[in-house]
Design a protein around this ligand. Structure first.
Ligand code: GLU
Length: 398
């Protein structure tokens, strides 16, 4: 019998990616919890609120009405309408129903958008620090990631000047995530407009990850989708996960020109088919119903950001930029590297997990070596306890 070596069993493409660091951390935390560990969880980013009542009721009503069969692949007309109307109302975009697709979470929309646009060798500009999955999703498609460094001294801000310098004749797409995960940096309105011009004039696609678009703490939320003249080269990627506390439902979408949506739909037809029927009904309730919950969540996240930041900065040696959005803080922990045998942020996060029972995600997963990410949608008591444990652990290293 011939035994195939692993290299022969698996396709090259699966070797180009790693397990999502946020998902790996969540799995490790679940394992420790099952063993009885009392963890403070600052790991995977998700709101700590329950999904609002009216959204849950819409899903329950859908089940009771037996709305449980296949739907058309890109989503029923009502959910596509709800997506475009919400975006038009909030940001002034002008998409039509056939320029929208409902997906099984935003990650799904992003993955498929990269699959249909990026060919082998195409360059994709990715500002650092980046959300964990961008790099791997580009590499899975065979694309070349062009990392765009930002400066911590300037709060990891992404500028049009920096993007312009990174563009080459091979640039196929630019990924923009504003407010960003993990650093909470926000692209200024002026830079955003210049970036849209840069991309549009050169025929480069802008992949706009708007996961945290409503969690912009400094000003009014903005979307590049409002630059309707540049629609041809934009894919707006949206999520209901953070906006409506629906992480487990897997509800996301893409807004893009008809031809892009048609290709996303074609790929999805061979992959997941429609996103869950009852989730589509819940999404309609979320997008078309009262938006009061969005304002309430936002106000509480701002309060938690300030609370977390103030506590964290009391730990000697820890420095941290002030996030302008999203719900993470990204402290610099370089003062502790080389102490207590800890050589990297990954080692620090691992020891924090196992010795202090605090879940964080190491900076290496986001492209930087001297940080850890802390997700702060938790109770203030959890922040107190988690930061107390961190302070005790880090102080003992010094
Ligand atoms: N976006 C969240 C995070 O970064 C959820 C987990 C994920 O899909 O990576 O923690």
């Amino acid at each position: 019998m011939t035994v195939l070596s692993p290299a022969k069993v698996f396709a090259d493409r699966i070797g180009r990616i790693e397990v999502s660091a946020t998902m790996a951390v969540a799995a490790e935390a679940a394992k420790l919890r099952a063993q009885g560990a009392n963890l403070v969880d600052f790991g995977a980013g998700e709101p700590h609120f329950p999904t609002p009542r009216h959204i849950k009721d819409a899903a329950i009503a859908a089940i009771d009405a037996n709305f449980t069969r296949y739907t058309v692949v890109p989503g029923i007309p009502d959910v596509r309408r709800a997506i475009v109307e919400r975006h038009a109302t909030d940001f002034g975009s002008d998409y039509t129903i056939d320029e929208a697709i409902f997906t099984t979470g935003e990650k799904h929309a992003l993955f498929n958008a990269v699959q249909i646009l990026v060919d082998h060798g195409d360059e994709v500009i990715l500002p650092v620090p980046y959300w964990v999955s961008f790099k791997d999703i580009i590499q899975y498609a065979g694309g070349k990631v062009v990392f765009l460094e930002t400066s911590e001294a300037e709060s990891f801000r992404i500028t049009a000047d920096a993007i312009e310098k990174a563009i080459t004749p091979r640039t196929k797409a630019i990924i923009l995530n504003s407010p960003s995960n993990p650093a909470g940096s926000v692209v200024s309105a002026e830079d955003l407009e210049r970036i849209v011009h840069l991309a549009h004039d050169r025929g480069i696609f802008l992949l706009l990850d708007e996961c945290y678009v409503y969690l912009n703490y400094e000003g009014k939320p903005v979307s590049a989708g409002s630059f309707t003249w540049a629609k041809e080269h934009m894919v707006v990627l949206g999520s209901l996960s953070k906006t409506y506390a629906m992480t487990g439902w897997r509800a996301g979408f893409a807004l893009a020109p008809k031809a892009i949506i048609a290709n996303l739909s074609k790929l999805q037809s061979q992959q997941t088919s429609n996103a869950t029927s009852i989730v589509q009904k819940a999404a309609i309730a979320a997008l078309s119903g009262s938006q009061e919950c969005v304002c309430e969540f936002r106000a509480e996240f701002i309060e938690l950001r300030d609370y977390m930041l103030a506590k964290l900065l009391q730990i000697p040696g820890v420095t941290c930029t002030k996030p302008e959005g999203a719900f993470y803080v990204y402290p610099n922990i370089s003062a502790f590297l080389g102490k207590g045998g800890i050589k990297s942020a990954t080692e620090l996060a691992t020891r924090l997990l196992h010795e202090a029972h605090v879940v964080t995600v190491p900076g290496e997963a986001f492209g930087t070596a001297e940080h850890i990410r802390i997700s702060y949608p938790v109770t203030k008591q959890n922040i107190d306890e988690g930061v107390r444990r961190m302070a005790e652990f880090l102080t003992a290293l010094a």
